[in-house]
Design a protein around this ligand. Structure first.
Ligand SMILES: CC(C)(COP(=O)(O)OP(=O)(O)OC[C@H]1O[C@@H](n2cnc3c(N)ncnc32)[C@H](O)[C@@H]1OP(=O)(O)O)[C@@H](O)C(=O)NCCC(=O)NCCS
Length: 227
């Protein structure tokens, strides 16, 4: 029986897009039925090559591509996640057109649920009973403990650690090397900076860093002036 190969187009470019593209290449090399077909990017010229595949046009042109193409967003805006969420929602891409990318060197427990549009990069470890929402990104070396839950549009940075039963609500961001203590919850759009040791629940839209982490500022809401 022949397996149908899923063609993946990455939304983004230099930056996170390269890491996601590389994960697709590695998955293909490991024998998984995926292939990288290109990028959609608002600023790079159409036809320019990135990771050996072309820029196919700006994000809005997703609807010009063949129906069997699946998309994975790699657009990261630290401290500006409300705009990222809005940008992706405005594209109005149907649920079934979002793909999932898992680097073959990630260790993902067999019972883990991963939502469409999400990716898990190299050497990340996802322990049993964890759940990953839609459009989430788990970066290289990150660790999600058992029963962790990360919602839609969440970011788990490289080498960040989520202890068992901890939670990232929608669009929350756990920075590189940060640690979220067992059962703690980061609220919607909350951000923990690099190396933060988060020992308490973080209210929505707050930015924390330090050890122990404390609030330092706020994430700007859509349409809201700087604090
Ligand atoms: C928390 C964060 C958002 C703060 O950014 P910011 O508001 O622009 O803050 P600044 O860079 O202006 O730094 C302000 C001060 O806080 C310090 N600081 C910034 N982040 C810090 C952190 N995580 N821990 C300790 N101190 C920190 C800075 O050194 C600076 O100190 P100074 O005034 O004595 O020079 C940012 O530092 C961070 O950690 N971003 C996450 C990066 C990330 O996730 N990248 C993803 C790609 S891997």
């Amino acid at each position: 029986m022949t397996r149908r190969v899923q063609r993946i187009v990455v939304l983004g470019g230099p930056g996170d897009g390269l890491s996601v593209a590389e994960a697709v290449h590695c998955a293909a090399a490991a024998g998984r039925p995926v292939i990288l077909a290109g990028f959609l990017n608002d600023t790079l010229p159409r036809g320019e090559l990135l990771q050996g595949v072309p820029i196919l046009g700006p994000l809005e042109e997703w609807c010009e591509l063949d129906d069997d193409i699946h998309f994975v967003p790699a657009i990261q805006k630290v401290k500006d996640m409300p705009r990222r969420v809005q940008r992706l929602e405005d594209l109005d891409i149907p649920e079934e057109r979002w793909g999932i990318v898992i680097h073959p060197a990630a260790v993902v427990s067999s019972d883990v649920e991963i939502g469409p549009g999400s990716f898990v990069l190299s050497c990340a470890t996802i322990q049993p009973a964890a759940r990953i929402g839609r459009f989430a990104g788990v970066r290289a070396g990150a660790m999600l403990g058992h029963h962790c839950v990360i919602g839609d549009h969440t970011y788990v940075g490289p080498n960040a650690t989520m202890c068992g039963r901890s939670v990232l609500k929608e669009a929350a961001h756990l920075g590189p090397g940060a640690v979220l203590m067992d059962s703690r919850v980061m609220g919607r759009y909350a951000l923990a900076g690099i190396s933060a040791a988060v020992t308490r629940d973080v209210p929505e839209y707050e930015i924390w860093f330090g050890n122990p982490a404390r609030r330092v500022s706020w994430v700007k809401r859509l349409g809201q002036a700087e604090h």
